[in-house]
Design a protein around this ligand. Sequence first.
Ligand SMILES: [Zn+2]
Ligand SMILES: [Zn+2]
Length: 251
Amino acid sequence: MATDCRQSCLVCGLHATLRCSGCAKAGIDLFFCSKEHQSLVWRTHRQVCGPGKANPFLFPFLSSDELADMMAHLNWKNPDPVDEYLRFTLSEMYQVKLGEPPETLPFALPLFFTKKTELPTEGTQKALVNFRNLNHSRHQSQNKGDPTGFWAVTNAYEMIGYVHKICWQGGPFPSWYSELHHRLAIHAAIVILSKQAADSTIYDHYVDEAWTRITELISQRVAAESPATAAMLFHQIRMCDPYSAVSKPPP
Ligand SMILES: [Zn+2]
Ligand SMILES: [Zn+2]
C-alpha cells in the first residue's frame, strides 16, 4: 500500500509530523521532518506561505529588484525565442495577455504587480507568470543569472506556469492545486541551493526526494481526481530534468 504523500518531509522524504503553521492557517498541509528542513527552503516558501498566498496559491508579487529590472527592459526583444511567447517584449506581452495598450505598462507594473496593489486578478496572475518567464529568458540569453534568486529554475517556471494554465480555467480550484505549487517551489529552492553550493552533489538526495514529493502527489491525489490531468502533468514532467532544472531537448 502506498504511503500517504502528505506524511513525508518535502525536503528529505522522511516521516514528518511538523506542519507548516502558516500554510495550515490557509487550509493546506505541508509537512517537514524538522525546523532545519523547513528553513532550508524558506527562501521560496516564505513568498507563498500563509493566508492570502498559500491557498489558493498566488504567485509572489514582484520584488523591488524584479520591478526595477523589468522597468529597465520593457521593450527588450529575445533575438532567439524558443517558444511563441518568448518572441514578445514585456510591453507586447502585457497587451496580448490583458488587452491593455503597451505604453501603459510602466504605470501598471508598479500598481498591479507589486505588494502595494489591490487583490490580484486571474489576468494579472497569468501575466505575472509570463512576465517572469520572459524576464528570465532575457537573463538566460544575456548570461546574467537571476538577480532575485527566485523562480530561477526553468522547470519550476514551466511546471508552475503549466499547472496554472491547465487548472485555472474557471470553476473551483482542485484540492491538490496549491499543494502541487508549493512542492514545485520547494523543489526549486533546493535546486537553487545545489547550484550555489561548492559541491552540488550534497543536495542530490534532497533534489530527488523533493521531486518524488511532486510525482507522488500527481500519481496519488491528482490521478484520483482526474486521470487526464495527471497524464498531462506527467507528460510535462518527463520533459524536465530535476537536477539541472532545465527542459531536456526534444528527442
Ligand atoms: Zn526532512
Ligand atoms: Zn507554509
